[in-house]
Design a protein around this ligand. Structure first.
Ligand SMILES: Cc1cc2nc3c(=O)[nH]c(=O)nc-3n(C[C@H](O)[C@H](O)[C@H](O)COP(=O)(O)OP(=O)(O)OC[C@H]3O[C@@H](n4cnc5c(N)ncnc54)[C@H](O)[C@@H]3O)c2cc1C
Length: 569
């Protein structure tokens, strides 16, 4: 059995920041199924929010209001307040860690506009912000290699829970397929989002809900799973992201008639309204037959910015267009459509990153979560751009500190190694031995397609029922799948099958949550219930696994400074 004081699963911004916080004087491990700096955080382009006020006067109070209004008042405002207050300190800390931010002519950290933010608040490194921060943190991690052991390309299968206490995880080495139990006094999950459940998505291949589903299987509920963010500017058909920074720098959105249609939907904010509103506006234009070439295409037009500005501020976006579709945005508009991008929901935690079981805030002792896999909830029903990198860093730090304090009070608890290991070995053997007729690839494709078609920007009861029914059938077919690679060494196929199992579970939780929430709020829009319904639905949903299937319970929203108001832009 492998033994550490604290084990962190996930090496994106949240996991790395947590590791740096918790490592002093402890034996810490960080585990990632991809090489640490390949985590999806590294793909973040546009920026990280903080009310530094370097371009225009700004304050945490304004940042808080924008965040709560952007989240359609479902945010827990006590957590959101502490988070926006922490932002300026966090930016300077990242800078001191070695992160190179773009500058104003007088040498301050430059800040640009982003959707739903009333002030230019996004600190950025051209359009490679996640890359710059992730590498700065990775270097800090390597500097502490005596106290932090990195398990690169190791896969976490399950949590070891004993009642309300977490005592470790079960893992395997992707290289050899060897299964091990990792005993720990505290575990931190920083496993990221689950956009791969959808066909059109901006997310990396690793964003497959493993952490969230491991928690769910262990009896921990999933909070607000129905809230998925569709980003307005994914590359047509492929979903690859063109950052909102393109609009922050002044890019236009045009329909097939060459109109800047946002005038009709958000006249004061135009292209820089929050993402849920822009994505719905695009979809409405396309549904009305006003897509470019009568297809599901909207144009992102950057030509008026000029080559010099594009090369200074948006070089990666230009290159993505050239590499993937041969379109140079200096000369031509980019074809885009909404793409599944971010999961507002996740493993419920308190504002210190500690995982909670229920509406009363009962703790799971020794279990923490941070970043996109968690739901604090600072974003409510819709996250504003650049608020997620901030969340990962702020709550990564908090979860690390929480774990540090916690392990001062407890030793290692006994773990039944063979019992925990056997469960995973049986799952492996089950897949190897099963000589079913179904193709896992077909099942994956059908799941993604149905989620993008029936559980997307616009939803209704009929479509969601079809979606859930299809997912359930796919879950049955999954039990009759056929693996082709039966070897142990670097068997990536079996890991993809395990990820598919997690995604099929997650897809059902998302669609079921969407069916249950009979209102429209933030990223969740029901055409059959187009209004927000504060009387019945100003509450967080908690989906539990029970013997009879899923059960949804609720948790009140923490409202401090801002009472729910109509959301107009
Ligand atoms: C293309 C793109 C651009 C974005 N741009 C921005 C932006 O400009 N600003 C902003 O604020 N937000 C942005 N976001 C959102 C933001 O990047 C993410 O929400 C954030 O980086 C998530 O960080 P994380 O640490 O929670 O998870 P991730 O960075 O996703 O890391 C997850 C980690 O978990 C590990 N993991 C998962 N499952 C397992 C398992 N079973 N076993 C072992 N390891 C596992 C992975 O290997 C990985 O290391 C963007 C997102 C995308 C997709």
């Amino acid at each position: 059995m492998i033994k550490h004081d604290v084990v962190i699963v996930g090496s994106g911004l949240a996991g790395m920041r947590a590791a740096l916080e918790v490592c002093e004087g402890l034996d810490v491990a960080i585990l990632s199924k991809v090489y640490p700096s390949r985590s999806h955080s590294g793909a973040a382009q546009g920026g990280i929010a903080a009310s530094l006020g370097n371009s225009e006067p700004d304050s945490w109070e304004e940042h808080l209001y924008d965040t709560v209004k952007g989240g359609d008042f479902l945010n827990d405002q006590d957590a959101a307040e502490e988070y926006v207050k922490a932002a300026p300190r966090v930016i300077y800390e990242l800078e001191h860690f070695g992160c190179v931010f773009s500058r104003t002519p007088d040498g301050k950290i430059a800040q640009r506009s982003f959707g739903g933010h009333s002030k230019p608040r996004a600190c950025f490194s051209a359009d490679r912000t996640g890359h710059a921060i992730l590498h700065a943190l990775h270097e800090q991690l390597l500097k502490r290699s005596k106290s932090i052991k990195i398990y690169s390309e190791w896969y976490m299968h399950s949590l070891v829970l004993d009642g309300d206490r977490c005592n470790g995880i079960v893992v395997s080495d992707i290289r050899t397929g060897a299964v091990e139990v990792m005993q720990a006094r505290a575990v931190i999950f920083a496993t990221g989002g689950y956009g791969r459940v959808f066909n059109i998505t901006s997310n990396a291949f690793a964003s497959t809900a493993d952490g969230v589903m491991a928690a769910y299987r262990a009896g921990i509920p999933i909070e607000d799973a129905e809230f998925v963010q569709y980003h307005p500017s994914g590359l047509y058909r492929q979903g690859i992201l063109f950052s909102e920074a393109a609009r922050g720098e002044g890019g236009y959105l045009l329909n097939g008639e060459g109109e800047r249609f946002m005038e009709k939907y958000a006249p004061s904010r135009m292209e820089l309204a929050p993402r849920d509103i822009v994505a719905r506006a695009e979809q409405s234009e396309m549904d009305a037959g006003r897509g470019v070439d009568e297809k599901d295409i909207i144009h992102l037009d950057l030509r008026h910015l000029g080559e010099a500005r594009i090369m200074e501020r948006l070089p990666q976006i230009r290159q993505l267009g050239i590499d993937f579709i041969g379109v140079d945005c200096v000369k031509d508009p980019l074809p885009i459509q909404p793409t599944a991008h971010y999961s507002m929901g996740g493993i419920p935690t308190d504002k210190f990153g500690q995982v909670i079981f229920d509406a009363e805030g009962t703790h799971v002792r020794g279990f923490f979560a941070a970043g996109e896999c968690s739901c604090v909830s600072v974003h409510g029903a819709n996250r504003l751009g650049t608020n997620s990198l901030l969340e990962a860093v702020v709550f990564g730090e908090r979860a690390g500190r929480g774990a540090l304090e916690y392990v001062k009070t407890v030793g290692h608890a006994p773990v039944n190694e063979s019992h925990e290991k056997t469960k995973v070995l049986e799952q492996f053997e089950g897949i190897f031995q099963r000589d079913g007729k179904e193709s896992y690839n077909d099942i994956r494709k059908e799941m993604k397609t149905i989620m993008t078609e029936k559980c997307s920007v616009f939803r209704d009861e009929e479509q969601l029922k079809v979606c859930i029914d299809t997912i359930k059938k796919l879950q049955e077919r999954y039990k009759n799948g056929k693996i082709t690679d039966k070897g142990k060494l670097f068997n990536t196929e079996i890991y993809e099958i395990l990820e598919l199992g997690n995604m099929l579970g997650m897809a059902e939780i998302i669609a079921n949550g969407a069916l249950n929430r009979k209102e429209s709020r933030g990223g969740h829009y029901r055409t059959d219930y187009p209004k927000r319904d504060d009387e019945n639905f100003l509450k967080h949903s908690l989906t539990y696994k029970t013997d009879k299937g899923m059960e949804i319970k609720y948790k009140p929203v923490v409202i401090t400074k801002h009472q729910p108001a109509e959301r107009t832009y």
